[in-house]
Design a protein around this ligand. Structure first.
Ligand code: PEP
Length: 249
């Protein structure tokens, strides 16, 4: 019922050559019949990626966006601009944006709304730090982050949101949440949403993110509440990313 989604977050990595490599590899790849795949390259590569990914299953995503359409905001990029380049997905609330650029819940909501307003599917990232996990606060933190945003959306907007559970301690560290740890939190997110709207919760796409790779993806993706992955480091190697996509079938 829920189409799996694998999204590759290149962060501030990649090159024009890597864009080409992905285009060629995915043009010939055999992927599960029911699977959405997106690559989120840095902004300068969007146009090249749009061309290189034409005719492949790869869709385009953005790592962030400014909540405004245009104006005096040096260095920023709006959702409307991203849409012009065929962007279909955008992250909101990635832990690196929350930590390094001090984007709090309100800023995350603004970006998520900006994406929805231009027809881009937002991927809301949530997750606890190691200190919060050790203090037994995982569910409190995650549900606060989810609840802040979802409570402020209209029902039709809520149904268009994808949520990525990314424990901060697992991002870029090589330390993955066990499938059981990830499943527990993600089942908790779905149950929480079901408390408001059972139908919406049943259709909500939940991604796991945090050192997902070609070796651990299948077991994570086999969990009942994990509908896909948000992949960082392993999305920079075409063979690894392909293998992750293939294990989502
Ligand atoms: C991410 O950046 O969202 C991520 C999950 O990174 P990594 O896979 O490298 O941990």
């Amino acid at each position: 019922m829920r189409t799996p989604l694998i999204a590759g977050n290149w962060k501030m990595n990649g090159s024009a050559a890597l864009v080409e490599e992905f285009g060629h590899a995915f043009a010939e790849a055999r992927l599960p019949a029911s699977l959405d795949v997106a690559v989120l390259p840095p902004f300068p590569y969007l146009d090249a990626a749009r061309r290189a990914f034409e005719g492949t299953p790869l869709r385009l995503g953005a790592q962030t966006l400014n909540p405004l359409h245009s104006g005096a905001h040096t260095g920023e990029v709006s959702g409307r601009m991203l849409r012009e380049f065929g962007v279909e997905y955008a992250l909101a609330g990635h832990s690196e944006r929350r930590q390094l650029y001090r984007e709090g819940d309100e800023a995350v909501l603004d970006r998520l709304l900006a994406a929805l307003n231009v027809g881009i599917t937002p991927i809301l990232c949530v997750g606890e730090t190691l200190e919060e996990r050790d203090a037994g606060q995982t569910m409190d933190v995650v549900l606060r982050q989810v609840g802040y945003v979802m409570a402020r959306l209209e029902p039709d907007q809520r149904s268009r949101v994808v949520i990525a559970y990314e424990p901060v301690w697992a991002i870029g560290t090589g330390r993955t949440a066990t499938p059981q740890q990830a499943q527990e939190v993600m089942a908790g997110i779905r149950q929480y949403q079901a408390g408001f709207d059972r139908e919406l919760a049943a259709g909500l796409r939940l991604l796991y993110g945090g050192s997902m790779n070609a070796s651990n993806a299948a077991e994570l993706l086999a969990q009942p509440d994990i509908d896909g992955g948000l992949v960082g480091g392993a999305s920079l190697k075409v063979d690894d990313f392909l293998a992750i996509c293939q294990s989502a079938g």
